[in-house]
Design a protein around this ligand. Structure first.
Ligand SMILES: Nc1nc2c(c(=O)[nH]1)N[C@H]1C(S)=C(S)[C@@H](COP(=O)(O)O)O[C@H]1N2
Ligand SMILES: [Mo]
Length: 514
């Protein structure tokens, strides 16, 4: 084909070029996604690692001899070039078929997925960069080749010139966008890595005690009373969580106060610290659900800071704002009450807060659901009135106030489990933060409510574990649990949805004994 396109050699070449540009764009996106999510390595590198892992020893040795320590970068470049060949092939296939290129992209994606998911440190997020890359490939190729479909290679007409120009412009835009996103991802990832490093090097004067004696009941497979940080549930609206260097953090306390306060991280850490066991839970936790955790938190008493600021008489709320713009409103009397121990937390289980749990500083108010109190990455506290603002979730149909409702859960056995007939140990948790739990009752197969053993708790702000033994004959059985608060209130069996202010109802499991 003798004809040339401006800059691109032949129409055939244009289809290949479209494939190559789409290929690079997809790789850039997957790299950006990898960096933003701070996963260890991009899918391309994972493929290289997969190959290295399965290459016969002798061959690997020879490669190392020839290439020295460049063997890995070399492999990555080779894989990149092979992918480019496939990408160009996909581009050429697009001339006559819309689905054949998709098969090529999905095939490459499948290899990438295999590589990232078979790594020993694979996480649930690892499929995201691959998916983002494949989607980009498919969309970018159809975007690029759309003008090419209007080019008539045999007869050069004026409209051909337009289509070609359109193709070149699209390639340029897409290529630049891909590179831009790649660089953003790279920088962002580097920033998170840097904050991660600062966090790791922080030496805070905090402790990390074991669960106090008597808190744990003796039931095999019970989750521990103290939730390991890595297992603590996470809820936030931010797609990309804030990464804040402690030296860049400050908190402004203002509004209806006598003296506005601005605190730096160092000033906060230098203040007297309090440390407490506190159970935090989410208003969206369904009956029996997992959105609850118990940790050892270290921080500064909010009541002290608010006293220094001097709150004015007609205020009834604080409006907290996070670095990412998320907001929540908390009753003022609960954060000025010293006995409630509302705090600006800097550490969780003896370590600086993990980034995902609000590093460097988050709020905790025992007895309130997270959505009205536990502001992560908190940077602003305004003393104000409830009637003067709408917070993030209250604006979306959730209740303005969110006191924790008394609740209980069966952890062992799990719903649907098969157990052996005879004596079966059953265990779980019960909570009513800042009120406390005085008892837990269990009913088997619709029988009478029976009091069971409960573990101890260091304060009323934590959950308690409970356990009992029941005799089960062969067949299906149901177990129900309910808690009794230290205020005498028995947990209601009336079933309510999580919205607007927290679920109610008894947790029930069905198990079968054989
Ligand atoms: N900045 C910010 N803070 C937030 C949220 C959020 O979306 N953004 N979610 C809240 C909700 S709904 C809960 S239940 C808790 C969860 O805290 P965790 O992720 O540390 O378990 O954080 C609260 N603080
Ligand atoms: Mo929540």
């Amino acid at each position: 084909m003798p004809e040339t396109m401006d800059g691109v050699t032949t129409p055939r070449g244009a289809w290949s070029a479209a494939g190559a540009v789409a290929g690079v764009a997809g790789l850039a996106i997957s790299h950006a996604a990898t960096m933003v999510l701070t996963l260890r390595s991009s899918p391309l590198v994972a493929v290289a690692e997969l190959i290295i892992q399965h290459v016969p020893g002798g061959l690997a040795e020879r490669a190392i001899k020839v290439l020295g320590s460049n063997d890995k970068p070399f492999l990555v470049v080779v894989i990149f070039l092979i992918m480019m060949l496939f990408a160009m092939w996909a581009g050429r296939l697009a001339e006559h078929s819309w689905w054949k290129p998709i098969l090529v992209w999905v095939g490459m994606g499948a290899v990438g997925l295999l590589a990232v998911l078979t790594r020993f440190d694979a996480t649930a997020l690892d499929y995201l960069p691959v998916t983002a890359g494949v989607v980009t490939w498919i969309v970018a190729l159809s975007f690029l080749t759309e003008p090419l479909h209007h080019v008539d290679a045999e007869h050069d007409t004026q409209s051909d010139g337009k289509s070609r120009r359109s193709f070149l412009i699209r390639s340029g835009v897409l290529g630049a966008a891909g590179i831009g996103v790649g660089i953003f991802g790279q920088n962002f990832g580097a920033k998170r890595r840097h904050v991660e490093e600062t966090r790791r090097l922080l030496n805070l004067p905090v402790t990390d005690p074991k669960a106090p004696r008597g808190t744990m009941v003796d039931v095999p497979d019970m989750p521990s009373w103290k939730t390991p940080t890595g297992e603590f549930y996470k809820i936030h609206t931010a797609v990309v969580v804030p990464t804040i260097e402690p030296q860049d953090w400050s908190l402004r306390i203002h509004g209806k106060v006598d003296r506005e306060i601005t605190l730096t991280y160092q000033e906060l850490v230098d203040r007297p610290l309090i440390q407490r066991w506190i159970t935090l839970n989410c208003v969206s936790n369904p009956v029996g659900g997992p959105l609850i955790g118990n940790a050892w938190w270290s921080g500064v008493l909010l009541a002290d800071l608010l006293e220094e600021a001097g709150v004015s008489g007609d205020a009834d709320a604080i409006l907290q704002t996070s670095h990412d713009g998320w907001t929540c409103g908390t009753p003022l009397d609960m954060v000025t009450d010293r006995q409630r121990h509302a705090m600006l937390a800097i550490a969780m289980n003896g370590e600086p807060l993990p980034i995902d749990h609000g590093f460097p500083v988050r709020t905790l108010v025992p007895g309130l659901y997270g959505y009205v109190s536990a502001c992560k990455w908190v940077v602003d506290i305004e003393v104000t009135k409830f009637e003067d603002f709408e917070a993030y979730w209250t604006d979306k149909g959730w209740s303005e106030k969110g006191p924790v409702k008394i609740a209980s859960r069966i952890d062992v056995p799990e719903n649907g489990d098969d157990v052996e007939t005879g004596t079966v140990r059953i265990g779980g948790h019960a909570w009513a933060q800042h009120t406390g739990i005085s008892g837990v009752e269990v009913a088997v197969n619709g029988g009478e409510w029976t009091r069971v053993d409960i573990g101890s708790s260091p304060n009323t702000d934590t959950w308690v574990q409970w356990m009992t033994e029941v005799d089960l004959e062969e067949g299906d059985h149901t177990v129900l649990v309910r808690a009794v608060g230290s205020d005498g209130e028995t947990q209601t069996g009336v079933e309510r949805d999580t919205r607007p202010d927290g679920a109610t109802g008894w947790h029930q499991i069905e198990i079968s004994a054989s």
